[in-house]
Design a protein around this ligand. Structure first.
Ligand SMILES: C[S@@+](CC[C@H](N)C(=O)[O-])C[C@H]1O[C@@H](n2cnc3c(N)ncnc32)[C@H](O)[C@@H]1O
Length: 176
């Protein structure tokens, strides 16, 4: 996967993503990334998924028009704003891939996950990046992220989660 754009994703993330996504590289996928910073990761996805539609959300976007192309749509808003998430979900209906690279605060992560999992298609993935923040960030690392992931493992038995892979530093949740 190319990484010439200004993005916070490190080469090891891109290597893992290449492994996960290589078989769907040419498909008409739809990908929604929460937390886009300077927008470089959206350009990476647009480049990688040549036939894909890329959607982004961030609290802080200086100029939306810099990102919007015929295959990228950006939304301004918080990952905890159910209204915005629902508008996006209803517009795109079923995403193949959702990536949360946003606040990395466990209660925010859970709000987005609970709201957006219904908008992941069967066999699609919901990925949470940097959950290990619990182990090295004094402010956000309150143990909540690990608890949230553990709760998903427990819930897997009776929810529509097919599998949960923990590939540090990300969790890849596949929908049944
Ligand atoms: C780690 S950066 C994203 C990096 C980007 N995905 C990349 O790979 O280059 C996190 C982003 O999340 C945004 N953010 C933080 N809290 C947020 C929230 N509650 N809702 C929406 N965006 C948020 C920040 O403005 C920042 O741009």
């Amino acid at each position: 996967m190319k990484n010439n754009y200004k993005a916070l994703k490190l080469p090891e993330y891109l290597e893992t993503y290449s492994k996960i996504f290589s078989s769907s590289k040419d498909d008409k996928i739809s990908l929604f990334e929460l937390g886009i910073w300077e927008g470089g990761s959206l350009l990476i996805w647009q480049d990688y998924f040549k036939n894909g539609t890329i959607v982004g959300l961030d609290l802080n976007i200086p100029d939306l028009s810099t990102y919007n192309t015929d295959r990228i749509e950006m939304f301004l808003g918080s990952q905890t704003d159910i209204k915005v998430l629902t508008v996006i979900g209803e517009k795109y209906k079923q995403f193949d891939i959702i990536i949360d690279d946003c606040s990395h605060i466990s209660k925010n992560t859970k709000i987005s996950f609970d709201c957006l999992l219904p908008y992941v298609k069967s066999g699609g993935v919901y990925i949470i990046e940097d959950w290990q923040i619990d182990f090295h960030d004094n402010i956000r690392g309150d143990g909540g992220m690990t608890k949230f992931i553990k709760s998903l493992i427990e819930e897997q038995m009776w929810t529509n989660i097919l599998s949960i892979y923990i590939i540090p530093p990300m969790v890849v949740i596949t929908k049944r």
